[in-house]
Design a protein around this ligand. Structure first.
Ligand code: DAT
Ligand code: MG
Length: 140
């Protein structure tokens, strides 16, 4: 499997509870390298643009409000099969369905406040990394 890069977000429920270090440890233990990282506070409009694919879903308004409620940590994770590996480390969207040891099992509060985002395909990883990071911020 090839070395990939994927976009990760540590969401407001987790930054608020000071869980950034514990979540980053999970990535590193799984062999994912944090190659770029910054803390930002999204506007609701920026969150809406990022999550545009969900604009027709009933939870879209709530999602944009939540993602802009507190700062987030956006990061690029790199490693062998990083896109799928990160999805594994994150666990299922609904923490009630997440496997033992996953980030969402250990830290998520609900299906909405579920601590982390991760790109779900090579195309979304490319778009999402480009949404938050410029070429200058990504070390070769
Ligand atoms: P994931 O974040 O696992 O890729 P997704 O892309 O289907 O999940 O949804 C994006 C986010 O939207 C998800 O992390 C939390 C929120 N969300 C999804 N389904 C929801 C629901 N049924 N109720 C409330 N929020 C939901
Ligand atoms: Mg998704």
């Amino acid at each position: 499997m090839a070395i990939e890069r994927t976009l990760s977000i540590i969401k407001p429920d987790a930054t608020k509870r000071n869980l950034t270090g514990k979540i980053n440890a999970k990535f590193e233990e799984a062999g994912l390298r944090i190659v770029a990282q910054k803390r930002i506070h999204l506007s609701a409009a920026q969150a809406g643009q990022f999550y545009a694919e969900h604009s027709e879903r009933p939870f879209y308004g709530e999602l944009c409000e939540f993602m802009s409620s507190e700062p987030v940590v956006v990061q690029v994770l790199e490693g062998e099969g990083a896109i799928a590996k990160n999805r594994e480390v994150m666990g299922a969207t609904n923490p009630a369905n997440a496997a033992e040891g996953t980030i969402r099992k250990e830290f998520a509060l609900s299906v909405g406040e579920n601590s982390v985002h991760g790109s779900d395909s090579p195309d979304s990883a490319k778009r999402e990394v480009g949404f938050f990071f410029s070429g200058l911020e990504l070390v070769g």
